[in-house]
Write a protein that binds this ligand. Structure first.
Ligand SMILES: [Zn+2]
Length: 240
């Protein structure tokens, strides 16, 4: 069987993703908690078959590591969810009204109508609204900082819920897409994500020239990237 870079395949009840990294010096397995899958890394497509054979001997280890992913964190009354890095209490409002954010002496609260899935949907919609407003403002800010057109429609921005990414940018169409989930992160991390995607309008790749543009926009980006790596699985568990 011919294996390809990016291919997903079932392996003893698990899902594994094949990844070719020419800089990898050996076969390895890493756990992608956000996507809920193990990633088999090989230095070349030719070595992917060896990586699969190696992974077959490590299925127990992969299963254990995947089980350590954070448990689901429902959007339900009584739960606390982070919004722009601030713990925000979710409360039931009765009726069927939309979720509303307000400031309580004890911190921010969200009161929403609806029950069960309807309640969760209303709260998620509120998070998406805050994400849209905040990310639009930060996107425009970074566009202006780079001397790019930040007028209406200059860059098409959308909010989505991708399984394992925080954002993506298509320089050709000047479209940027963000995960609404990043709005749970501290403002500096949200700002970094906007800078990351806007910088892709200048360089589509992750070359040193690209990272120097990001550096110009937000300074040292390593702490923000580490924050997303460390907290990504928890943010992706919210509402699931
Ligand atoms: Zn990127």
């Amino acid at each position: 069987m011919q294996y390809r870079n990016g291919q997903r395949l079932p392996l003893d009840g698990l899902t594994v993703r094949l990844s070719v990294n020419p800089r990898a010096r050996r076969l390895s397995i890493r756990i992608d908690g956000r996507a809920g899958e193990a990633v088999l890394v090989a230095p070349s497509e030719r070595r992917l078959a060896d990586a699969v054979a190696f992974a077959r001997t490590r299925t127990d280890w992969m299963r254990e590591r995947l089980a350590e992913r954070p448990a689901g964190h429902p959007l339900a009354p009584g739960a606390t969810v982070s919004l722009l890095g601030r713990p925000t209490r979710l409360l039931a409002g009765g009726g069927a009204g939309a979720a509303r954010l307000s400031e309580d002496p004890g911190g921010p609260i969200i009161v929403s109508g609806g029950e069960g899935a309807a309640y969760a949907r209303r709260v998620e919609n509120l998070f998406r609204r805050v994400a849209r407003e905040t990310l639009q403002a930060r996107t425009d800010h970074h566009l202006r900082a780079l001397g790019q057109d930040a007028g209406r429609g200059a860059v098409k921005m959308s909010i989505a819920d991708p399984k394992s990414r925080w954002g993506s940018c298509s320089p050709h169409n000047r479209t940027i897409r963000y995960s609404w989930r990043v709005i749970m992160a501290p403002p500096a991390v949200v700002d970094y994500l906007a800078a990351h995607e806007v910088a892709h309008l200048v360089h589509a790749d992750h070359s040193p020239a690209y990272w120097s543009v990001v550096q110009r926009l937000v300074g040292d980006h390593l702490p923000f990237r580490k924050w997303l790596r460390d907290h990504g699985p928890a943010l992706h568990a919210v509402g699931r």
